[in-house]
Design a protein around this ligand. Structure first.
Ligand code: SF4
Ligand code: FES
Length: 259
């Protein structure tokens, strides 16, 4: 490996939070100097450490192209996808790498996302189509598709959960990605569950638990805007409440008028 000097601005120094429940102590921090090459990203640097320095270093990855969502981690306090983070911006200073916050750590940078996927499965994230004749197709206007487009981009990386104060406070909060997905099906004209979806998110575990601080929108690597979805669902719930109050008031006044 290349020898590093104190002022070496091309050096990649990664200080990684490690965890192995079978070791004593189970938690420690370890620093690795990594030889870089042009165009290298952080995931490649971690793979290089695994190949050349410590095969026990554990982290998740699969696609290497910002598609599978498995390489999310905290880098110098910011949540990113490692495969999308060029090392150029990290050279010359020590870079601190930590696992995604708010999830239990299994090993090194690997976290247990069971709760995330439990919440995800809970909203049944697939189309519940409206009944149509067997010789017809489901139709969708271009404008309707545009409304749900940003939410389709989600890769389930969990970064929005790691920056969400509401999820940090209460693990039962459904979380930004899940509420964004609920909105995606709510606005899909082919899905028949409008009321069911709104009922499912109409409490403190759902849209009313969000602090609307837009951290998820800022952090999402795929530009999904979960807070916008949450605000729109709140608006829809309030409109329903108002309409039902108004019609109750109307029928009451009619009853009184007919006496
Ligand atoms: S909404 Fe964005 S940050 Fe959240 S899981 Fe989906 S892609 Fe990741
Ligand atoms: S390896 Fe798939 S998103 Fe990074």
């Amino acid at each position: 490996m290349r020898k590093l000097t104190v002022m070496d601005t091309s050096a990649l120094i990664l200080k990684i939070k490690r965890y192995n429940p079978e070791k004593d102590p189970p938690r420690w921090t370890e620093t690795f100097n990594v030889e870089t090459k042009k165009g290298m990203n952080l995931l490649e640097a971690l793979l290089r450490i695994q190949d050349e320095q410590d095969p026990t270093l554990s982290f998740r990855y699969s696609c290497r192209g910002a598609v599978c969502g498995s390489c999310a981690m905290k880098v110098n306090g910011k949540l990113v996808l490692a495969c999308r983070t060029p090392v150029e911006g990290l050279l010359g200073e020590t870079t601190l790498i930590e696992p995604l916050p708010f999830f239990p750590v299994i090993r090194d940078l690997i976290v247990d996302m069971s709760l995330f996927f439990e919440h995800y499965r809970g909203i049944e994230p697939y189309l519940h189509g409206k009944p149509i004749p067997s010789d017809c197709e489901y139709m969708m206007m271009e404008s309707e598709r545009k409304e749900i487009d940003p939410y389709i981009q989600c890769i389930l990386c969990g970064i929005c959960f790691g920056v969400c104060p509401a999820f940090g406070r209460d693990a039962q909060f459904l979380g930004p990605a899940i509420l964004a997905k609920a909105y995606r099906f709510l606005r899909d004209p082919r899905d028949r569950r409008e009321k069911e979806i709104l009922n499912g998110v109409n409490d403190h575990r759902g849209v009313w638990g969000c602090n609307t601080v837009f951290q998820c929108v800022k952090a999402c690597p795929k530009e999904v805007p979960p807070t916008h979805a949450i605000v729109k669902m709140r608006g829809r719930i309030l409109r329903y409440r108002f309409t039902s109050l108004f019609s109750r008031f109307l029928s009451m006044s009619r009853r009184i008028g007919s006496r």
